[in-house]
Write a protein that binds this ligand. Structure first.
Ligand code: KIV
Length: 271
């Protein structure tokens, strides 16, 4: 909570102001209370409760299986840990593509049941009506273009998108449509840096890149990847800031040894 009562310190308006003064936006994912608390206190501006929870929390290969109920569970947990950052929640696969009424119902459930600040939706022209309807109900929407993981079966590969002119032109058009519809920001995932730079310059709303080069208005990473909790995923765009897989494995092996050796608990660790 902040001065305004229920509004967190980082608002959608604040993100636009950051773009205007050239201050980069730092965004990370979180899926649980304890991690969100650390991420928020470390100064991250936007926390995304991503449907990547399907991968890193639930162990699914794609993001498609995660449900709205699961996303609501993760988002509720995250919101309880956040004081400052703007919280964005992914609308999962199948909860907005059908028609705009279904999309609005899904977004309303997220806002009512989690107290998050906004939702994120993958796609451009094809989901525009849903975006407009959600925004008209007063719910801020973040767009997501480029390699949109919910369309992985259409793409057939996690390779860089929009390298060809036709796909790049469509992405530029979609970005403008999302801005005109009232989106407050757009994630650009795994597209050529030059294309991301062009889109970022043409739009007045901020772009947040992942694998889209340094010219976007902000960056986002999956927290498990940048902390090195996952160690089997090493795309070129990923910078690892820690090796938590190593740290956790060593600590747990140490604990197992101490239990087996009857070193834990010792005299001071009991009542
Ligand atoms: O679900 C997610 O984590 C995302 C980011 C990769 C942008 O959509």
């Amino acid at each position: 909570m902040s001065v305004a009562g229920s509004v967190r310190a980082v608002t959608t308006l604040r993100l636009t102001e950051m773009k205007q003064r050239g201050e980069k936006i730092a965004m990370l994912t979180s899926y649980d209370y304890s991690t969100a608390k650390i991420v928020d206190a470390a100064g991250v501006d936007v926390i995304l409760v991503g449907d990547s929870a399907a991968n890193v929390m639930a162990g699914y290969e794609t993001t498609l299986p995660i449900t709205l109920d699961m996303m609501i569970y993760h988002a509720r947990s995250v919101v309880r840990g956040v004081n400052r950052a703007l919280v964005v929640v992914d609308l999962p696969f199948g909860t907005y593509q059908g028609n705009s009424k279904v999309a609005l119902d899904s977004a309303i459930r997220i806002m009512k049941e989690t107290e998050a600040d906004s939702v994120k939706i993958e796609g451009g022209e094809e989901i525009l009506e849903s975006v407009q309807r959600i925004i008209s109900a007063g719910i801020p929407v973040m767009g997501h273009l480029g390699l949109t993981p919910q369309s992985i079966h259409k793409f057939g590969t996690y390779n860089v998108r929009a390298k060809e002119e036709a796909e790049a032109e469509k992405l530029i058009r979609d970005a403008h449509l999302l801005e005109e519809a009232g989106c407050f920001a757009i994630v650009l995932e795994k597209i050529p840096a030059a294309l991301a730079e062009r889109v970022s310059k043409e739009l007045t709303i901020p772009t947040i890149g992942i694998g889209a080069g340094g010219a976007t208005d902000g960056q986002v990473l999956v927290v498990h990847d940048m902390l090195g909790i996952t160690n089997d995923f090493s795309p070129r765009f990923l910078r690892r800031y820690a090796d938590l897989h190593g740290v956790m494995s060593d600590a747990i092996a140490h604990y197992v040894k101490d239990v087996k050796d009857q070193d834990f608990p010792n005299e001071k660790e009991q009542y």
